[in-house]
Design a protein around this ligand. Structure first.
Ligand code: IPE
Ligand code: IPE
Ligand code: MG
Length: 248
């Protein structure tokens, strides 16, 4: 394949690869409806897209991949859909854990994990400890996650430390707040992708996205794969990030 036709070769020559890519994986329900299938089958197809995108992120040399899989607000969906999603979560871990470990992927689940059932909770804990030493790619899977709730927990922790005299108010700065988020230790996302054409953040990483480049893809999540990820990265590489300054 010539370089012009191979997006990975283009990515390598175009400039810096985003260190941290975050994705709001949206559109599973519409994908199913278009095929007159029940919504859970859309989520099942979405699971295959997760596999393809993790593989592509490894190929491109992304350091952190953050995937929004299930929001706190998603608990309000019909129980049948919630239980289908929770079963898929367990199935994903059972199917993929060994391969993820083999490929050097450190899996981290981020969110209010206490709300998960015991089966999901055990699976989540097991894959996190099993892959804890992997360092090729960090895969953040956001489950039962809400950004405002994450901020509330962080602020509460800071207030408790201050009240107990462990922290002085002047020590509270941007770095300390970042360290109190679930994403502590990760650079802020360079690129946020939302699939299915929706143009909103839906309570995802409100603190961390301050200067993230946003890419809205019209593709429904189950149809998103290697090519779509590489196209988004190439688009990112053509942008000029100014961070409020003027061009040098
Ligand atoms: C994204 O797909 C998956 C989750 C939010 C769990 P949706 O289920 O939101 O799909 P649409 O938006 O209804 O098409
Ligand atoms: C955002 O998608 C949450 C996830 C992708 C997990 P939603 O489909 O829940 O968001 P809204 O309701 O369209 O904002
Ligand atoms: Mg949706």
């Amino acid at each position: 394949m010539s370089d012009a036709a191979d997006p990975l070769a283009q990515i390598r020559t175009h400039g810096a690869v985003p260190r941290h890519v975050a994705i709001i994986m949206d559109g599973n329900g519409r994908w199913a409806r278009e095929r007159m299938l029940p919504r859970p089958l859309g989520h099942r197809s979405g699971m295959k897209a997760v596999r393809a995108v993790v593989e592509a992120a490894l190929e491109a040399g992304v350091e952190v991949l953050s995937l929004f899989a299930f929001s706190q607000e998603n608990w309000q969906r019909p129980v049948t859909e919630v239980s289908a999603l929770m079963s898929l979560l367990e199935e994903y871990i059972a199917r993929e854990a060994a391969e993820l470990e083999r490929r050097g992927v450190r899996v981290c689940f981020l969110g209010e994990l206490d709300r998960l059932g015991p089966g999901q909770r055990n699976a989540v804990d097991a894959v996190m400890s099993r892959t804890a030493c992997c360092d090729r790619l960090r895969l953040n899977l956001f489950v039962s996650y809400g950004s405002r709730a994450e901020m509330v927990l962080a602020v509460r922790g800071i207030a408790e430390d201050a009240a107990a005299g462990r922290l002085a108010p002047e020590e509270v700065g941007e770095d300390l707040i970042s360290q109190r988020m679930f994403t502590a230790g990760c650079p802020d996302p360079d690129l946020l992708i939302r699939t299915s054409g929706e143009q909103r953040i839906s309570n995802f990483l409100l603190w961390q996205l301050a200067y993230t480049e946003i890419f809205i893809s019209p593709v429904l999540w189950p149809d998103f794969g290697r090519k779509e990820l590489f196209d988004a990265i190439l688009d990112y590489q053509r942008r000029e990030r100014r961070f409020g300054r003027v061009q040098a």
